[in-house]
Design a protein. Structure first.
Length: 275
């Protein structure tokens, strides 16, 4: 495939790649196929997911999109975890901060071809959208596209958790209690969700170093879309990304061997042609 730029607001991903993703998912077998698109923050996973859904609809298929971000725990639930387990669990994102029963209930309804309301989360408000405002799917789906920053990622070995990885872990988790709890959640609770995905595509950045810049661009786009809302400063965002760094690096290490398809990206989010 020739090199093509990923331009979130204009071109998106090449049509040929989008068609390949759709065809791969539709060939996954019986039932309602689930295409999982995994990629670190700012890599373009939601853009690709939206393009696959749009192409499916253009072909006359009924398709919908769900993000793992849509099933974050409510703020009240995370406040309870912060009190009872570790203060860092107030911040959404890491394993253990998702409502997995809600995710499974949504997948169950889709698999049964029942009407379903798709959960949504307001990141600027840091709160789940009221269920009355969730988009409804009244007919059976032909495809679900599920996207998220660590879909398919396995847990780390316990020994790998001993040394703090960044300033956040050194300052706010010196005894490792938070990172061990999140890793245990990833080991025990998430594999059942990963197993519900029929195909896994991974958008692979060149390294973790590009993620703060990509995530800052994402934050600016979010603020531009809703200028009346407050968003994170660059310093706040740099700190926020550290919550995700450990699992992000684990994804970079493991997903290339686990994914059904890997799309390598360079630092400008251009697709790197296979060699």
């Amino acid at each position: 495939m020739p090199t093509a730029a990923y331009m979130p607001s204009t071109k998106g991903f090449p049509h040929a790649l989008v068609a390949q993703a759709l065809d791969d998912a539709l060939g996954a077998g019986t039932g309602v196929p689930v295409l999982a698109i995994s990629g670190l923050q700012g890599s373009g996973k939601s853009t690709l997911a939206a393009q696959v859904v749009a192409l499916a609809q253009a072909r006359g298929l009924r398709a919908a999109m769900l993000s793992i971000d849509d099933v974050y725990l409510t703020r009240a639930q995370r406040q309870r975890l912060a009190r009872e387990v570790h203060p860092l669990l107030l911040t959404r994102g890491p394993p253990g901060t998702h409502d997995l029963p809600l995710a499974h209930a949504t997948f169950d309804a889709i698999a049964a071809r029942q009407p379903v309301a798709l959960p949504r989360f307001d990141k600027l408000a840091d709160e789940r959208v009221a269920p009355a405002r969730w988009p409804r799917v009244d007919g059976p789906l032909d495809l679900l596209v599920f996207e998220g920053w660590f879909l398919g990622t396995p847990a780390q070995a316990e020994a790998d958790l001993i040394t703090p990885l960044n300033a956040l872990e050194r300052e706010a988790d010196p005894d490792g209690r938070w990172r061990h709890w999140c890793n245990q959640a990833l080991a025990a609770d998430y594999p059942a969700l990963w197993q519900r995905c029929d195909r896994l595509w991974f958008l692979q950045p060149p390294d973790f170093a590009v993620i703060p810049r990509w995530r800052w661009q994402q934050e600016q786009n979010l603020q531009a879309a809703q200028p009346e809302r407050s968003s994170m400063s660059r310093a706040q965002l740099e700190r926020f990304v550290q919550y995700y760094e450990r699992v992000s690096r684990q994804a970079l290490r493991t997903l290339p061997a686990l994914a059904d398809r890997v799309i390598a990206l360079d630092a400008q989010r251009h697709i790197v042609p296979p060699t």
